[in-house]
Design a binder for this molecule. Sequence first.
Ligand code: NI
Length: 217
Amino acid sequence: MMEPNELIERTADHVRACLSDEGSGHDWWHSYRVWRTAKRIAKAEGADSLVVELAALLHDLGDWKAHGGDATVGPAVSRRWLESLGAESPIVDHVCQIVGGISFKGAGVEQPPLSLEGQVVQDADRLDAIGAIGIARVFAYGGAKGQLIHDPHRQPIEHRTAEAYLSSGGTSINHFYEKLLLLRDRMNTSAGRALADQRHQFMEQFLRRFHEEWEGG
Ligand code: NI
């Protein structure tokens, strides 16, 4: 059995190599930030740091949005990797369960229950979608998809299914109202919520200015 630190370092190297060419916001540096934030929340919440760090690193490796909605790809890819390192099976099972459980599939879609470690990783992933980083990511993603920055005639909508969420073709500004501003109230842990509060306020400030400037303010 490999030392926990070596397991984490080897996994970080692997994920960095796999995701280095990804340009839509789910790149290596997203995983890096989720890893750092998850580690910080895990410490505050007393969660198992090894499981949290591995799941945070691996959580987007086989991202379901990139595989036509197939949610089994992520856990399978993670399992193959961790087993190749000889990780203990309770750790492998727990990490894969988290990787399969944390993806956002639309505001009205039912989510499976998560362990404390899963809650920590989900919080860290959601935190990376809000605040200054979140603002940068939403426009990078919208640009990659050819979406408008904003269209005052298009109202934000609540997506009831995963398919509706993926095929909505909305605007970047609507994405704030359809997803990003909902995330603060969906935090699982109190450490996650404290971080989310600050980032949420920053987005609200940004949107106020954006709408003012849109009208010539
Ligand atoms: Ni992610």
